[in-house]
Structure formats: C-alpha cells, structure tokens
Ligand binder design. Structure first.
Ligand SMILES: C[S@@+](CC[C@H](N)C(=O)[O-])C[C@H]1O[C@@H](n2cnc3c(N)ncnc32)[C@H](O)[C@@H]1O
Length: 203
C-alpha cells in the first residue's frame, strides 16, 4: 500500500498495478472521451481533473489536446507510468498522489473526467467524493460522468445506478441532463458492464 490510510482505500490498488492485475483498463481512449473531445466539451485551454487516473490513456490524450491536466491517484506505480508516458510525449500535466476524496486543488477547474473512480471507492466515501468534485469545479464547470452499471452487490466496482447518482449529486447542486440523454458504453472487460456517459453541470 502507499502511505494513504487503509481505512479510506481498503483495496490494495498499488499491488494490483505492480502485479499488472488491472482488468478495469480499457487500454484505449474511452469512446465517450473521444466524443467529448470531438464535440468540444473537452477543449484546448480548459482545465481538467482526472481522479483515480490509474494508467488510463486519457491523461496523455487530454494533455495532447491542449487541456491543462491534473491527474491523481493513490497508487505511485500508476502515477510513475503516467509520468513516463507524458515525458515520452513531451507533454505537461500535474500528477498528484493523494486520497482524492480528501484532496483539494489550488484553484477550481473547468472539467472533471470521471472514469471508473466513483465505482472504485467504498460507497461510504461517496458523499466525500461529491463534496470534493463540487469544490474542484468552478460554478458552471462540468462533471463528465461515466456511471458504472452493476446490479450485483459488492465491489469494486460498486454499481452507480442513476437513482443512486441522483441522490448523491442532488439537483440543488448539480444540473442534470435528461436520463434518456445518457449513452451506455459497455466495458470491454468487466463482463461488458455498461457505463452511462453524461454531463452534469456544477451549480
Ligand atoms: C478501477 S481503477 C480505474 C483507473 C482508471 N481511471 C482507468 O479507467 O483505467 C480505480 C483507480 O482509482 C484509484 N483510487 C482508488 N481509491 C482512490 C482514492 N481514494 N484516491 C485516489 N485514487 C484512488 C486506484 O489506484 C485506481 O487507479
């Protein structure tokens, strides 16, 4: 484990990265990320936080696209992997080793790209995460959400039904798209569980 409290990160992510036992990895850009880049939801000059970035290629892709990227994780091996890829590409990004449910940036950002982070943390920490993401974003900033759909109990991944997400991200604090506006993207592993892609606006 890294130096972050086991109580808050009971799953040993660092060992999983060291062992290469990482079935959650897509290994290519998430189609929703490609869509948001193409549509300009993720545009050059915007600032974005990627929580629980692991070894996801979005960190390099967003930096390559001209965004100001801050990526965080508890696992130093994953962050070292990101640093190597960024250096190899001659790109800049800020990498943070922290419990992201507690961490705060120096200044609020325009976007948060949420890919298999919320479903990875123990559900008892979800309210901390909602408070964190609200604090990270500027008013009018956007949470680019990929809510993992999983009916079975337990995890990680822990299911993020839209019903549970409406309760976690309440309408007083977040403007929601219509539930029908979410796009379902099946995960290439994880038994093809779908992630629902949608954009919430921080009030
Ligand atoms: C399921 S993996 C997803 C990784 C990456 N987003 C991807 O899609 O490949 C969850 C990630 O969150 C990180 N993580 C888990 N709990 C965390 C916490 N409290 N703070 C920061 N990172 C955490 C893990 O180390 C891991 O990289």
């Amino acid at each position: 484990m890294s130096g972050i409290s086991e109580d808050r990160t009971p799953f040993d992510w660092e060992t999983r990265f060291r062992d290469g036992d990482t079935p959650w990895e897509r290994r290519q850009l998430h189609p929703a990320a490609s869509h948001w880049l193409a549509e300009g939801v993720l545009a050059p000059g915007l600032s974005v936080i990627v929580p629980g970035c692991g070894r996801a290629p979005e960190v390099v892709a967003f930096a390559q696209a001209g965004l100001h990227v801050t990526a965080g994780d508890v696992a130093p091996t994953a962050l070292a992997w990101q640093r190597d890829r960024l250096d190899a590409a001659g790109l800049e990004a800020s990498l943070v080793e922290a419990d992201l449910t507690q961490w705060r940036p120096d200044a609020p950002v325009d976007r948060v790209y949420e890919q298999t982070f919320l479903c990875a943390i123990p559900p008892r920490l979800r309210e901390d995460y909602e408070r964190a993401v609200h604090a990270w974003l500027k008013p009018g900033g956007r949470l680019l959400a990929l809510f993992m759909q999983k009916a079975e109990r337990g995890g990680p991944p822990y299911g993020c039904s839209l019903e549970a997400m409406h309760a976690l991200f309440p309408a007083e604090r977040w403007a929601w798209p219509d539930d029908n506006a979410f796009t379902a993207w099946p995960h290439p592993s994880l038994s093809g569980k779908p992630e629902l892609a949608g954009v919430l606006v921080r009030r």
